[in-house]
Design a protein around this ligand. Structure first.
Ligand code: ADP
Ligand code: MG
Length: 791
């Protein structure tokens, strides 16, 4: 094939351009012709031009105009440059052409299915690898790879008209650059940009010397930063930099632009182009039928995807977010409802005699609180129905959940059933075993223990007694739901701290369809409970038994550590015991162990009188038990621990909890840890030691200093840190919400839940042909393999 000359190309290119601009219409034939040209003869000698015009068919007339203008400029520049190159031997040029031809572009305008592999999208050289590097394997992944924020680049402001401290984005060419090192460990990089309007703007980078590379003179960049004014001049304290390739990308300028999460070596322009192409190729149909969209005020999917990546204006962006956020919750709720399907089925039906409740309470050394009584009422009512109970009992540590659960188990046993109580750890299982034996032993209930640390012989014996019905209530860990446990007649299962168990595990236990009570000491705001535990009914014990003195909590900077431990020593001298908890940011048990060991050594030096023990996640269950038993027996005074003691451990004589690096914990988690003390009669204390902390972190930690109400703390935590950080929610099946904000979306969640219920009430397994797309989308959005098996 003859390679066209530059002059010919420019001529052929300019023709459709004039046509386009004059008519102002979207002439598919013309643009198709142009693209054909670019794919064919134009592709090889001028990849840059091709790049610039890729996606042309889908653009608006002004976008086309802009891009064509640039393409012509580029060609003109090429024409000037290539003139002397004619003397080069033609063979070189030819071999170059062949090399490039090995990457055949996909035909443009091709519609791909949502699950098309990313290879089928023409994402340019190395594009496929980059996209996969971001975990994007299918067309859908790319389409749902939303920008994490948007920047308004429609009119770039002049700095002097902007208020001090305000965030702005400026586009320009680097005209000069200067690096200063005012102090040994400080570099300041200053660049002067010339904007299109000819204004000069100075931008500065502190301690980011590597930025220098991108700030070559003549480079076209877009800088986002905060305005700082010095008298009559203004500067930009740069926060974000984007380099524009030699010819600016029209997807990145002059519009509201999305900013994506990227990695080293992946540019924003690349991602925008990839998103653009994905939108071109995306199917136009919608998994939500039009009448539902109308009813819930939702924009069509194609409009929403376009709007999240390339909004035409604010209204477009907001309706896109509205739709996509709704969808996130819709799929979440559909998943929850489908998962919980079993719970709607028939369960056990108990008599639950009122006399038995009285007898249980009569044997207690205390009276139930009002909240306990109310929750017990909710449980009993459901036990008496023949629906399978699936209920979450939430309440702060020490609010008396276990006592209520013990009563429910007693009722089940009185009706001739067996009961089970599952705990996440062996320590907790033993503790529950002790508590239940205390509550139920006097009432002639046979309580047994089944944990991993038992010898095979002991286990076998216990399993035999369970199967024969010689044990009424079994307390245990995961060992309980292993296949070889045969129940004689399991009626009620209580699961403590359910989020430690996977959904699959719960379902296994459910195979004999007992009623199920889940106890959680992690107070969860309602919006979160609706999603995380969408398949469970909710009961809340929101009152503590009388006579508790709240744990006194103090936040200190680590400069005052010595004083803090002085106080701890004072308590130890009074015969009390203390916990010291430490954690790292990463969940790396080796590093955590190292930190805990170092801390223990450090404390041994600081407090030579104290007997110090160490507990960490690398210990076997038996080793942990040994340490806990020794601590409970007061064989040492101070227990240094990684977060393994977080759940439910009970040592009444412990009156101080010190939390090192408190800034690294979530509020709910701190609250949980604090619940380890204040379990006896002595006044108890919690000392939060924080390292470096921002204002925001301090503000967060002050909340825990000021409140002992788990629900108040959880709400605050959700608002401040988002749901992913709240302990337990990840494991319990909340996917990462990309747009949803659980702290503020209660209303959207209710709506989505309503539609989800409506959809499933007509078609419980999504079998209608019209819902096939919805169904496959649902399957694709559910990462959990277990769930894919369900539908
Ligand atoms: P949770 O399981 O919510 O952490 P527990 O049921 O273990 O709470 O109760 C914590 C402690 O309070 C236990 O020692 C328990 O005996 C005691 N307790 C429970 N309910 C009451 C009550 N109504 N009045 C007084 N003490 C109570
Ligand atoms: Mg029932």
């Amino acid at each position: 094939m003859r390679v066209p000359t530059v002059a010919e190309l420019a001529e052929r290119l300019s023709r459709p351009l004039t046509l386009e601009l004059k008519s102002g219409c979207q002439n598919r034939a013309v643009s198709g012709g142009l693209e054909g040209l670019l794919r064919g003869p134009l592709a090889n000698p001028f990849p840059q031009v091709r790049e610039l015009l890729d996606g042309y068919a889908g653009w608006s007339p002004p976008e086309r105009e802009q891009a064509l203008g640039r393409a012509l400029e580029t060609l003109a520049a090429k024409a000037a440059k290539t003139a002397p190159a004619r003397q080069r031997p033609p063979r070189v040029a030819a071999s170059k052409v062949t090399a490039q031809e090995t990457v055949p572009p996909a035909p443009t305008g091709e519609q791909l299915p949502m699950d098309a592999p990313i290879e089928r999208l023409d994402s340019g050289r190395g594009g496929e690898r980059k996209l996969k590097g971001l975990g994007l394997h299918q067309l859908r992944d790319l389409l749902h790879y939303y920008p994490h924020r948007h920047e308004d680049r429609r009119a770039l402001p002049s700095l002097m008209n902007v208020d001090e401290g305000q965030k702005v984005t400026v586009q320009g060419v680097v005209v000069s650059r200067f690096k200063r090192t005012p102090k040994p460990r400080m570099t300041i990089l200053e660049a002067t940009l010339e904007t299109e309007g000819g204004n000069r703007v100075k931008a500065t980078w502190f301690n980011q010397p590597w930025m220098e590379r991108q700030l070559r003179e003549g480079a076209r960049v877009i800088v986002t930063g905060r305005v700082k004014k010095f008298g009559r001049t203004a500067q930009l304290a740069a926060e974000h930099l984007e380099s524009l390739d030699s010819a600016a990308d029209s997807l990145s300028t002059g519009r509201i632009v999305g900013v994506y999460d990227a990695k080293e070596g992946i540019s924003q322009e690349f991602l925008r182009r990839a998103a653009w192409r994905a939108l071109q190729a995306a199917p136009l149909d919608d998994y939500l039928p039009a009448h539902w969209r109308r009813e819930y005020g939702l924009t069509p999917l194609a409009d929403a995807l376009q709007g999240i990546h390339f909004p035409a204006d604010e209204a477009h962006l907001s309706r896109a977010m509205g739709r996509l956020r709704f969808d996130e919750y819709l799929f979440l709720e559909l998943r929850m409802l489908l998962q919980g399907e079993d719970a709607v089925l028939q369960g056990k039906r108990f008599e639950a005699h009122p006399e038995d409740i009285d007898r249980f309470e009569g044997a207690l050394p205390f009276r139930f609180t009002g909240a306990q009584r109310r929750v017990l009422g909710e449980i009993v009512e459901e036990m008496r129905s023949d629906r399978q109970m699936a209920r979450l009992v939430q309440g702060d540590v020490g609010s008396g959940k276990t006592a209520v659960a013990a009563c429910a188990l007693y009722l089940a046993v009185r009706d001739g059933y067996q009961g089970a109580l599952m705990a996440p750890t062996e320590i907790l299982a033993r503790q529950h075993y002790a508590n239940l034996s205390g509550y139920l032993g006097p009432l002639d209930v046979r309580v047994g223990l089944l944990v991993g640390a038992m010898t095979p012989k002991q286990k076998l014996e216990m399993q035999g007694r369970i199967a024969l019905g010689e044990i009424d209530i079994v307390v245990g860990t995961q060992a309980l739901i292993q296949d070889n446990v045969q129940w004689d007649n399991l009626g009620l299962a209580v699961i403590d701290e359910e989020h430690r168990f996977g959904v699959m595990q719960r379902r296994r236990l459910l195979s004999s369809r007992p009623d199920v009570l889940v106890m959680s000491a992690t107070p969860i705001p309602r919006s979160l409970a609706l999603t995380a535990y969408g398949d469970l009914e909710l009961s809340v014990i929101d009152e503590l038994p009388p006579g508790r003195t709240p744990v006194e909590t103090k936040l200190i900077q680590d400069g005052y550590r010595a004083q803090a431990y002085g106080f701890v020593m004072g308590q130890i001298r009074q015969g009390r015991q203390a916990y010291v908890v430490t954690a790292l940011i990463e969940e790396n048990e080796n590093l955590e162990l190292l930190a805990a060991t170092e801390l223990a050594e450090n404390l041994a030096e600081m407090l030579p009188e104290a007997r110090i023990g160490l507990l960490h996640g690398k210990m076997t269950a038996a080793e942990k038990d040994e340490v806990m038993d020794a601590f409970r027996a007061h064989e040492f005074d101070l227990l240094v621990s990684t977060t393994v003691i977080e759940v439910g451990v009970d040592v009444p004589n412990a009156s101080v909890m010190v939390i090192e690096n408190a800034e690294r914990f979530g509020l709910s988690q701190l609250h949980q840890l604090r619940g380890r003390v204040g379990r006896g009669s002595a006044k108890s204390y919690c000392v939060l030691i924080a390292g470096e902390m921002s204002k925001k972190t301090e503000q967060r930690l002050r909340i825990i200093e000021g409140s002992t109400d788990g629900f108040v703390i959880a709400e605050a935590d959700l608002k401040l840190r988002g749901p992913g950080e709240i302990r337990g929610t990840r494991q319990s099946g909340i996917p990462d919400l990309r747009l949803g904000d659980l702290a503020n979306d209660a209303e959207v969640i209710e709506q989505a839940r309503r539609l989800a219920k409506h959809i499933l009430s007509n078609d419980p397994r999504l079998e209608h042909p019209r819902l096939q797309y919805l169904r496959s989308e649902l399957q694709n959005r559910s990462q959990s393999v277990a769930f894919r098996e369900v539908i």
